[in-house]
Ligand binder design. Structure first.
Ligand code: NAP
Length: 210
């Protein structure tokens, strides 16, 4: 029997934010690794409705992305999903999501998990200093990503805000949604890059062909 010597003072909740078009093993490994490293009690996947900064027009519907993500996480007891951003009209601002979750999970420490590439742009996000007072960030990096670029690009943030951004390396993030969509378009295999249930959903619904 293993005994956990370290107990965080507050209960910790992970919010896994992303477009998930489609969700893949890189996302699942990143969420599980973040959960383990930061001792989170659970991780809620939150597919973005209309992510700010997104210009792609061929994005799958929120309902399709929600369904794929729901199926992908079903075997992990620590994972759950929320349609909060999808139900909310308009752009998906992270600060609104974090504040809404804090009203439900009163007193919990919140960790917003997402890709390091996405985090490099956070200086342009809505009320970023305010957001970093409300929660910590976990930036999941792909192999070859230079961690120093986070400090370099985000140097304008206060020291306290910068200290709230943690990083984790996730080799499985060599898998990317962009690559999967391109593979489907070109008729190349996507097997073993994502759960079989998601692969079947993509073919059944004829996603990413055009
Ligand atoms: P994105 O631009 O689609 O993705 C940027 C990079 O990060 C891609 O390489 C992507 O890889 C990776 N990535 C995205 N989510 C990830 C995750 N959960 N785990 C690991 N890698 C991930 O980013 P996005 O999906 O639009 O935005 C990410 C999150 O930031 C969303 O929750 C979004 O709402 C939030 N956001 C908020 C604001 C704001 O509040 N103003 C602005 C921008 C984004 P894959 O393509 O393989 O996922």
């Amino acid at each position: 029997m293993s005994i956990r010597l370290y107990q965080p003072e507050k209960r910790r909740l992970g919010l896994m934010g992303g477009t998930f078009d489609p969700v893949h093993y890189g996302h699942l490994v990143a969420a599980e690794e973040a959960r383990y490293q930061f001792d989170m009690e659970k991780v809620i996947f939150i597919p973005a409705s209309k992510p700010p900064h997104k210009t792609r027009r061929d994005i799958s519907t929120p309902e399709q992305r929600l369904e794929m993500t729901k199926n992908a996480i079903s075997s992990n007891l620590h994972f759950t999903i929320s349609d909060l951003e999808i139900k909310r009209e308009g752009l998906s601002y992270t600060i609104d999501t974090v504040r809404a979750m804090k009203e439900i999970y009163v007193g919990w420490e919140i960790y917003f998990i997402t890709g390091a590439d996405a985090i490099l742009d956070i200086l342009t996000w809505k009320n970023i200093e305010g957001l970093l007072k409300e929660c910590c960030f976990v930036a999941a990096t792909r192999p070859g990503f230079h961690l120093e670029s986070i400090g370099f690009k985000l140097g304008n943030l206060s020291k306290e805000a910068l200290a709230k951004i943690k990083t984790i390396e996730v080799p499985a993030l060599a898998i990317s949604s962009t690559d999967i969509r391109q593979r489907v378009r070109e008729g190349r295999p996507i097997k073993y890059l994502l759960p079989e249930v998601v692969e079947k959903f993509i073919y059944r619904n004829n996603l990413y062909h055009s």
